[in-house]
Design a protein around this ligand. Structure first.
Ligand code: SF4
Ligand code: F3S
Length: 104
């Protein structure tokens, strides 16, 4: 699976959603998640994210992100159209520790 990671939080640019052939992005208030059960590993979303928040599974460090995504995708609605990113998105780019700040 591909995985949305920390840098999406409060940036949420949504360029990723329109290219997914199987509609596996789900929308949370602060970020998007990919349903790991639905992702077919095509990889087309990865280069679309301007802040490089999407990574391919394969590193152990992504395990907690995949578990989080699976849990959240079960409740959050699917998103297939790019919406308006947060007004202050740019100021959150690359900020460390956003997950703890927003979900902690
Ligand atoms: Fe969708 Fe492909 Fe990205 Fe998986 S890798 S979320 S199937 S665009
Ligand atoms: Fe997030 Fe990047 Fe998509 S910021 S919403 S993963 S384009």
């Amino acid at each position: 699976t591909y995985v949305v990671t920390d840098n999406c939080i409060r940036c949420k640019y949504m360029d990723c959603v329109e290219v997914c052939p199987v509609d596996c992005f789900h929308e949370l208030e602060a970020m998007l998640v990919i349903d790991p059960e639905a992702c077919i590993d095509c990889g087309v979303c990865e280069p679309e994210c301007p802040v490089e928040a999407i990574q391919r599974d394969g590193e152990d460090a992504l395990g907690p992100w995949i578990a989080f995504a699976a849990e959240q995708a079960a409740h959050a609605p699917v998103i297939t159209r790019k919406g308006e990113p947060p007004a202050d998105a740019a100021k959150w780019e690359g900020r460390p520790g956003k997950f703890a700040l927003v979900f902690g």
